[in-house]
Every structure is written in structure tokens, then in C-alpha cells.
Design a protein around this ligand. Structure first.
Ligand code: C2E
Ligand code: CA
Ligand code: CA
Ligand code: CA
Length: 275
């Protein structure tokens, strides 16, 4: 039994080593992924809940690894954050997204996810200014999505950065609302223009009375604060019906459209004259 125990321990040690090695490999590959053309952006429509009109797109990053295939952002974004690679990666996403949005014939919004590491870096505001200047995109058309967890490291600094972004005309959305810490005080401390209710609440909004009550209160909160609310992860007609009935401003999810290459949506971004 004793030798079996040692074997288990050695096995455990070996697996740990393999995990660490694998993470380092991933981190290494991540550093070169943009230069090697393995990264691309997909766009998911955000629509006016009442009319169904497309009002903007959220930009989501995709990594096609030469050996591993598609790697989920849920896997590589944390690695990019811990290694600092997110700074270069995030800059690339911002530039590409703004460059793309500047070509659209309709003045739709482009929503870019920004990591806490970027919010706490000293150069986010000048970077955003440079990119807007360089691409010619109107600041009001850029929306920065941040989660509450992204702000907790140095709240005062995060607050100052978001205020500066807002002062140049950029919009700020609170992402994943309801899943972070002390959401209510955050709504007061940071200059948010929009609340995005997390998909986990939308999933059962049509089938669970408690979830429905929570979502109704968030919608009331948004009304009281003058902040439009967008519901994320809308997958069914029943969920959409509930949200429309409760006067939710905007919706996003597979029901309205999956994240796809921007060409898929050219009838929204480049409508034909008169059509
Ligand atoms: P997120 O910002 O909350 O993005 C929404 C996620 O939900 C996306 O996953 C999207 O594909 C997925 N989604 C949208 N509609 C539906 C739906 O109706 N049902 C379901 N089940 N899922 C839906 P994705 O693209 O895998 O991204 C995961 C997370 O990775 C994002 O969550 C975001 O936190 C992060 N991420 C993605 N791209 C970037 C980026 O460019 N920069 C940073 N910092 N983070 C990113
Ligand atoms: Ca987001
Ligand atoms: Ca979200
Ligand atoms: Ca449902």
C-alpha cells in the first residue's frame, strides 16, 4: 500500500509538471499567434429588443492553433492575462475592431472586451485615443466592455481610467452583471453607460420565477439609473418574449445571431442604397 501511495504521488507530480509545461507552451504560442495570422475576430449582433433592429456588434477573439485547432477564449484569455500577453493582444483587437467599424456605412456600435490588465496598464487611454485618431472612428461608436472583477485590483485607478475614456466620448458597458462582487456600489462608482445582464440569468428567465424576479429588478435598476440594459445569451423566443414584455432595451444571443465573420453581416454594415 505504501509503494502504491508513492506511485500515486509521483504520478501526481508528473501530471502537475505536464500541466505547467503545457501552459508555458500555450503562452509561448500565444505570443506569436497574431504575427502568424492565427487570430481572427468574429462579430455578434446586438439588437434593439422592441424592434429587432441591429444596433451594434460585440467583437470576440478566435484562435486557430496550428496543432490544437480552435482554442477557446475561456482557455487562452486567462493565460494571456497572467503572462501579460493580453496587452499586445488587446491592442491588436482594439485596432482591428475600430478599423473594421470605421468602414461600415451604418454608424453601428462596436463593443470591445477589455481585460482588467489593460484597464490597470498606464497607457489604455492614450492607446484608445491613438486608435480612434488613426482609424477615424467616432468615439461614440466604440463601447468598452469591462467586468466588475476587472476593476477590483485598484478601484481608484480603474475609476480614473474609465472616467477619462468616457470624457473622450467612448461608451462603457458593465459586462457579466450579477456574477461579480458588490455590483450595486459599482454601478455608482464607475461611469457605466450600459448594463449587460449575464447569460446565466437569461437561461431560466422564462421558466423560473426567482430568476424572472431578479431580471425584473435589474431592469428596474437600469431604468432608475438611466442605464439601458442588454440581456446576453438570449437563445429562445420565450426568453426574448419575456425581455420585450419587461422593456429590456437590447438583446444579444444565438437567437439573434452567432458570433461570425463580419462579412456575414454585410447587409447591416453596408446596406445597399435605399434597401
Ligand atoms: P463574454 O464577453 O461574456 O462574451 C460572450 C460569450 O458568450 C462569447 O463566448 C459568446 O460566443 C457567447 N455567447 C453569445 N451568445 C450566446 C448564446 O446565446 N448562448 C451561449 N451559450 N453563448 C453565447 P466566447 O466568444 O467563447 O468568449 C468567452 C469569453 O472570453 C468572453 O465572454 C470574454 O470574457 C472573453 N473574450 C473573448 N474575446 C475577448 C477579447 O477580445 N478580449 C478579452 N479581454 N476577452 C475576450
Ligand atoms: Ca463581453
Ligand atoms: Ca458577458
Ligand atoms: Ca430558457
Amino acid at each position: 500500500a505504501k509503494s502504491e501511495g508513492r506511485g500515486t504521488y509521483r504520478f501526481f507530480e508528473a501530471t502537475m509538471g505536464a500541466q505547467v509545461r503545457d501552459r508555458r507552451l500555450l503562452e509561448h504560442d500565444l505570443r506569436y499567434a497574431v504575427a502568424r495570422g492565427e487570430m481572427r475576430l468574429v462579430y455578434q449582433p446586438q439588437s434593439d429588443a422592441a424592434t429587432g433592429a441591429v444596433i451594434g456588434f460585440e467583437v470576440l477573439l478566435r484562435w486557430q492553433h496550428p496543432e490544437r485547432g480552435a482554442v477557446s477564449p475561456a482557455i487562452f484569455i486567462p493565460v494571456a492575462e497572467e503572462s501579460g500577453v493580453i496587452l499586445q493582444l488587446g491592442e491588436w483587437v482594439l485596432r482591428e475592431a475600430c478599423r473594421e467599424a470605421a468602414t461600415w456605412k451604418n454608424p453601428l456600435t462596436v463593443a470591445v472586451n477589455v481585460s482588467g490588465v489593460q484597464v490597470h496598464a498606464p497607457n489604455l487611454v492614450p492607446l484608445v485615443q491613438d486608435v480612434l485618431h488613426e482609424t477615424g472612428l467616432a468615439p461614440e461608436r466604440l463601447e468598452i466592455e469591462v467586468t466588475e472583477t476587472a476593476l477590483i485590483r485598484e478601484p481608484a485607478r480603474a475609476q480614473a481610467t474609465l472616467r477619462q475614456l468616457k470624457s473622450i466620448g467612448v461608451r462603457i458597458a458593465m459586462d457579466d452583471f450579477g456574477t461579480g462582487y458588490s455590483s450595486l456600489s459599482n454601478l455608482r462608482s464607475y461611469p457605466f453607460d450600459k448594463i449587460k445582464i449575464d447569460a446565466s440569468f437569461i437561461r431560466t428567465v422564462d421558466s423560473n420565477e426567482q430568476t424572472a424576479a431578479i431580471v425584473r429588478s435589474v431592469l428596474g435598476l437600469g431604468r432608475g439609473l438611466g442605464m439601458p440594459v442588454l440581456a446576453e445569451g438570449v437563445e429562445t423566443e420565450e426568453e426574448l418574449r419575456f425581455l420585450v414584455k419587461e422593456n429590456c432595451a437590447a438583446v444579444q444571443g444565438f437567437l439573434m445571431g452567432r458570433p461570425s465573420p463580419i462579412a456575414t453581416f454585410s447587409h447591416f454594415t453596408h446596406p445597399a442604397p435605399g434597401g
